[in-house]
Design a protein around this ligand. Structure first.
Ligand code: COA
Ligand code: MG
Length: 289
């Protein structure tokens, strides 16, 4: 999975448009993009969409946060449709996921759904406190498959004027949130998913952010507009050149026999590089349709 496209849960037009976006997953949103007055409509529309779309992109539903009066009704309405996953926003620690997982245990049983079938992902950096608990997601629940981060709610929590400087670069607190999310996800052995780029007309900015995400170890990125999806998919699909280089590293080690380090065209290549090369080949094979 390379791209996750947010689709407001109460917009039929956007749900229809999302079908042809090419996104690997859609996040049907019940939270911040839905007005308080439309929560019930969004639940119903998300339910209908999931039951009508058995194949195609993976369907994730973003529920409302645990400190709202909406989250239990969100789950009760959505679980019977059996989405691929629930996204939990504004988690403070792994205990938040355990609370949702316990509710899912109950609802899956009630609806005759296999135990543990519905996966979880979370937005792990939306409050100041959450940044101190990033190691708590490891082993929190076997349902967890991905973690992502967000800079908008964190800025609001911090009382910040902006999360970016004059040149459009995230400032310290958000760089830290991004890094902690990456580290937390890798430590928890789940997918690290990069946050959104909200300037959806700026393709160059999106490409730069996505390349930086790939470079640092994120394996996917979220989108808020269909035009962002092809860029994200392209950047997260290994090129033939990347693949050829990875294969050359593996081959150099095979030919060298039982050694820890080789010389590949004047560059020192050792175990971490071999590991990265194997990861890239595996990723390319997994991405093949
Ligand atoms: N998913 C599916 N379709 C979308 C879409 C999305 N996230 N965002 C825009 N579209 C559709 C529009 O409905 C429009 O469809 P049309 O060609 O049939 O008219 C088309 O793509 C072009 O949209 P555009 O005019 O460029 O933008 P907009 O002004 O309609 O929408 C936003 C801009 C930001 C309001 C919209 O992209 C959006 O709602 N994004 C998701 C927001 C969200 O979920 N936020 C929560 C997570 S941070
Ligand atoms: Mg938010």
């Amino acid at each position: 999975m390379r791209s996750f496209l947010f689709v407001p849960g109460d917009s039929e037009k956007k749900q229809t448009k999302a079908e042809t976006s090419g996104a690997d997953a859609l996040i049907l949103d019940l939270e911040d993009s839905v007005a308080l007055s439309a929560k019930e409509t969004a639940r119903r529309m998300a339910y209908d969409y999931i039951t009508a779309h058995g194949s195609g992109p993976k369907l994730v539903v973003r529920m409302n946060a645990l400190d709202t009066p909406f989250w239990e009704e969100d789950l009760a309405a959505i679980v019977p449709a059996q989405p691929f996953a629930i996204m939990v926003p504004k988690t403070i620690s792994g205990a938040c996921l355990q609370k949702v997982a316990a509710k899912l245990d109950h609802l899956e049983k009630e609806n005759g759904i296999e135990a543990g079938a519905i996966k979880l992902c979370n937005v792990a950096t939306e409050t100041a406190m959450s940044l101190f608990n990033m190691d708590s997601y490891k082993d929190a629940t076997p349902r967890l498959f991905a973690m992502t981060w967000g800079a908008e709610d964190l800025a609001a929590d911090l009382g910040a004027q902006s999360n970016k400087d004059e040149s459009g670069v995230y400032t310290g607190p958000y760089q830290m949130a991004r890094t902690l999310c990456l580290l937390g996800a890798v430590a928890a052995e789940v997918m690290p998913v990069d946050s959104i780029c909200k300037e959806f007309r700026d393709e160059a900015a999106l490409r730069a952010e996505t390349r930086a995400a790939l470079r640092d170890g994120f394996t996917a990125k979220m989108a808020i507009h269909p035009a962002q999806v092809p860029v994200i998919n392209e950047v997260f699909t290994p090129t033939e050149e990347d693949l050829a280089h990875a294969r050359a590293i593996v081959q150099a080690f095979e030919e060298a026999g039982d050694v820890g380090v080789v010389n590949l065209d004047g560059v020192m290549i050792d175990m971490p590089h071999l590991k990265q090369a194997r990861q890239l080949i595996a990723k390319a094979e997994a991405a093949r349709p």
